[in-house]
Ligand binder design. Structure first.
Ligand code: GDP
Length: 296
């Protein structure tokens, strides 16, 4: 397999965890993502004006945490269906007043199926009708017994709206990430996953990617699915420019010849000719599959 490059253990360093927030509609995923984004200390950025690129990083206790900024598990499901496994930890949001709902169960089943550890965030604890115990017992029936009840699942009570418990949530994420022992090799050529992509009138094809291994640099020759390119610019959601993006970093990139798909894997190639051939071979293979499907 072209992706399987064995890293020398001595080159491996800690990489920041990549988090997806899932849960039932209206339980507060978007509000929580906003609240976490606002929790970061922005130094020097005028007003901290952000643009949505589909992923962002915050610093907490001297460590970086990457959040996939697409609420709802449609993106997660789609990516998983395409074989991408970009998430290290799922934060399952459950509204304390509404309790466990069908999409809560669906979300936890997706997380379990991909073997990703779950942190339960009981949200809306500011509400007078909040009933965290209700959430804990309902989820215990689905193998998510709280640590406080002798289980192994971390729970945290938050109010995304009032911004309560956010620090606790970030603390717990870092503890779990430590247990997961996430490592990457910044010395190798980069690989990772596309989170979002679109065609920009001025900049051409734009894609938000998360670097999972290696270091991505300006000028790198890149293949994403059947798309070929050379990295022209990289920036984050604060419009900060990057010359290089280390493992765990989400960046918006330009310099591609086509718009890739969310969930596509990207790889950096040393040799432009090999990269072009790989993209073209994939392209004709895709066409072949398409023609076969049309005939069938
Ligand atoms: P999503 O569909 O899961 O992304 O949910 P949203 O983030 O859009 O939130 C749905 C509604 O719940 C909005 O009206 C939010 O203002 C509200 N909400 C979210 N978090 C809280 C919270 O912690 N407390 C209260 N009282 N309301 C919240």
């Amino acid at each position: 397999d072209e992706m399987e490059i064995i890293d020398d253990p001595k080159d491996l360093v800690k990489r920041s965890p990549i988090i997806t927030i899932m849960g039932h509609v209206d339980h507060g995923k978007t509000t929580l993502l906003d609240s976490i984004r606002k929790s970061r200390v922005v130094t020097g950025e005028a007003g901290g004006i952000t643009q949505h690129i589909g992923a962002y990083q915050v610093e907490h206790g001297g460590e970086k945490i990457t959040f996939i900024d697409t609420p709802g598990h449609a993106a997660f499901t789609e990516m998983r269906a395409r074989g991408a496994k970009v998430t290290d930890i799922v934060v399952l949001v459950v509204a304390a007043d509404d309790g466990v709902k069908p999409q809560t169960i669906e979300a936890l089943q997706h997380a379990k199926a991909s073997g990703v550890p779950i942190i339960v965030a009981i949200n809306k604890i500011d509400k007078p009708t909040a009933n965290p115990d209700n959430v804990m017992s309902a989820l215990s029936a689905h193998d998510l017994t709280p640590e406080a009840w002798g289980g192994t699942t971390p729970y945290v009570e938050v109010s995304a709206l009032k911004r309560l418990g956010i620090d606790n949530l970030l603390d717990i994420i870092l503890v779990l990430a430590e247990v997961e022992d996430l490592k990457a090799n910044p010395k190798r050529d980069a690989m990772g996953t596309v989170i979002e992509a679109y065609l920009d009138k001025g900049r051409g094809p734009v894609a938000t990617v998360i670097v999972e291994n290696g270091t991505l640099r300006i000028g790198d020759i890149i293949v994403i699915g059947n798309t070929f390119g050379r990295i022209r610019t990289m920036n984050d959601d604060l419009k900060k420019r990057y010359d290089e993006a280390l493992p765990g970093t989400p960046v918006e990139i330009t310099g591609l010849d086509q718009v890739p798909q969310a969930g596509d894997i990207f790889m950096v190639f040393k040799d432009e000719r090999v990269a072009r051939q790989t993209a073209e071979a994939r392209s004709s293979k895709l066409k072949e599959t398409y023609i076969k499907q049309q005939k069938a």
